[in-house]
Design a protein around this ligand. Structure first.
Ligand SMILES: [Zn+2]
Length: 202
């Protein structure tokens, strides 16, 4: 039996994307101390425009776990590491108020949890997982201008890509020793490449 045609498309073993859309050349190894855990909604994993692959390839301490519903014990095991404060990168919103928590001590080791999903799906993932909702939050001071505008209509004015939000969070946590600009520039190239492949009317 012949395999379906799409399965014969060569896939890059590192970024797991089809070879013509491989993003490995855009990876920018970026020094950082914070552990990053991305909980990725399955829908995002299949999006060619998703920013998490480039983030994962560029950060040495970045785990990506795909799922929508996580068993409580498995989630607890993912969220916490001895000696690290866990923070959820998420704003304090009326639908899911942030628990009271002391601010992060400057320089303290942090495990940063990031939900990669649309705004609506990320809120749903938060509401169905009490362990996530109970985490102290890290909210971005000022959302950065997104490079995504060309390819993705933001559902909220302040919605940015997961890569951009994570880079800004690392800058807040780690201060001037963290330089995310090369990675943001690479993400700009990624967005420009995607935009140029779009044919008008398709
Ligand atoms: Zn690749």
């Amino acid at each position: 039996m012949n395999p379906p045609p799409h399965s014969r498309r060569p896939v890059c073993p590192r970024c797991l994307r089809p070879q013509p859309t491989c993003v490995c050349a855009l990876a920018r190894p970026t020094a950082h101390r914070t552990e990053v855990l991305v909980l990725q909604h399955p829908h995002e994993q299949r999006q060619a425009k998703n920013s998490v692959t480039l983030l994962r390839l560029s950060l040495a301490r970045c785990d990506v776990v795909v799922g929508e519903h996580f068993p409580p014990e498995a989630l607890q095991a993912l969220l916490h590491r001895p000696g690290r404060d866990t923070r959820l990168l998420y704003p304090d919103v009326p639908a899911a108020p942030a628990p009271a928590a002391a601010p992060v001590t400057p320089g303290a080791p942090v495990r940063l949890v990031v939900i990669d999903a649309t705004w609506r799906k990320s809120l749903r993932m938060l509401l169905v997982h009490p362990a996530l909702a109970a985490l102290p939050r890290l909210a971005l001071h000022t959302p950065p201008p997104t490079r995504y505008r060309a390819i993705r209509a933001a559902r909220r004015a302040d919605q940015v890509s997961t890569l951009e939000a994570t880079v800004q969070a690392l800058a807040m946590l780690e201060g001037p020793s963290f330089d995310g600009h090369p990675l943001l520039d690479a993400f700009g190239e990624f967005v420009a490449a995607l935009a140029s492949q779009r044919r008008p009317g398709h």
